[in-house]
Design a protein around this ligand. Structure first.
Ligand code: HEM
Ligand SMILES: [Ca+2]
Ligand SMILES: [Ca+2]
Length: 308
């Protein structure tokens, strides 16, 4: 059973240590918040919120983080988890799981960049498996038709409305050009660039991404108006053709999702409530307790890791 006061007796400094480490890191590296939020979401969607994505590959095992999809998660996101784990192991060795560190860091960061606060219940165990082959099919891709994305979220217990609220995470952070270049170059016979983009925005993106095959680090803000602030601007952007990924833009067109885009664009409080509720649900997705997992000594290795 998870509870918000899980570490109150065994590691009373848990909350304050997390607070300190997370805010120091975010101030030093402002891209951390978006990186950690994506890291956490992807961890939860594969084998549940169990830190499986934190494991590094060995010569015996290609781990989750070495898939094409997850390779773009920034090193700063993993670094934050490592820092928090190191600090917590000094105060309360062997007590706090990496999965709990990640869930708490994601919540603290959302709040720190302007988003809602929500409760994170604790007591997750770290998983015993991390396999690259388990990622595909569990993570939405920007080239997927919206119906497939709806089905994917539905299969994990998330409604259309919850999906629309969760994707509001794209109010912060970046996407690399390759994730949306199909909308810019050779889009269709009739037009080089996706006509659903606001024309000036498309022009800017085409310039930004002109050399993306030579320089794969080129990337654009997910939310061109308020890229670092967690707010409801993402939905307002969609209404104006400023959605970066094709899956973003589709949300404001499809009749199943448009009503929620309009609601969250008009009412930030409604978005914050829905996002907070959605994240509480993500945070307990398929979590492991008791003997189904362990508390790792290091977040990037299983406790029985063989030296190779
Ligand atoms: C329709 C479903 C979704 C699709 C297709 C999608 C796809 C993507 C893609 C392609 C990127 C760019 C990654 C890169 O190039 O580095 C991205 C970034 C991001 N995604 Fe999603 N995503 C979806 C839902 C979500 C959800 C539900 C969350 C969190 C609750 C989320 C959080 C983020 C964040 C924070 C970033 C920015 C990462 C950074 O700046 O490092 N996404 N997403
Ligand atoms: Ca996982
Ligand atoms: Ca924003």
């Amino acid at each position: 059973r998870l509870s918000v006061d899980y570490y109150n007796k065994t590691c009373p400094q848990f909350a304050s240590i997390m607070e300190q480490i997370v805010s120091d890191k975010q101030i030093a590296s402002p891209t951390t918040a978006a990186g950690v939020l994506r890291l956490f979401f992807h961890d939860c969607m594969v084998e549940g919120c169990d830190g499986s994505l934190l494991i590094t590959s060995t010569s015996f095992n290609k781990a989750e983080r070495d898939t094409d999809i997850d390779q773009s998660i920034p090193g700063d996101a993993y670094d934050l988890v490592t820092r928090a784990k190191t600090a917590l192991e000094l105060q309360c060795p062997g007590i706090v799981s990496c999965a709990d560190i990640l869930a708490t860091a994601a919540r603290n960061l959302v709040t720190m960049v302007g988003g809602p606060y929500y409760h994170v219940r604790l007591g997750r165990k770290d998983g015993l498996v991390s396999n690259a082959s388990l990622v595909e099919g569990n993570i939405a891709q920007p080239t997927m038709p919206l119906s497939d994305i709806i089905s994917l979220f539905y299969s994990k217990g998330f409604s259309v409305q919850e999906m629309v609220a969760l994707v509001g995470a794209h109010t912060i952070g970046f996407s690399h050009c390759k994730e949306f270049s199909h909308r810019l170059f050779n889009f269709s016979k009739a037009s080089e660039t996706d006509p659903s983009y606001y024309p000036k925005y498309a022009e800017g993106l085409r310039k930004l991404c002109a050399n993306y095959t030579k320089d794969p680090t080129m990337s654009a803000y997910n939310d061109v108006m308020t890229p670092g602030k967690f707010d409801n601007m993402y939905y307002k952007n969609l209404q104006r053709g400023l959605g970066l990924l094709s899956t973003d833009q589709a949300l404001s067109v499809d009749r199943r999702t448009k009503p929620f885009v309009d609601l969250y664009a008009a009412n930030e409080t409604a978005f914050f409530e829905a996002f907070a509720h959605g994240m509480e649900k993500v945070s307990i997705y398929k979590i492991k307790t008791g003997k189904k997992g362990e508390v790792r000594h290091r977040c990037d290795q299983f406790n029985d890791a063989k030296i190779d």
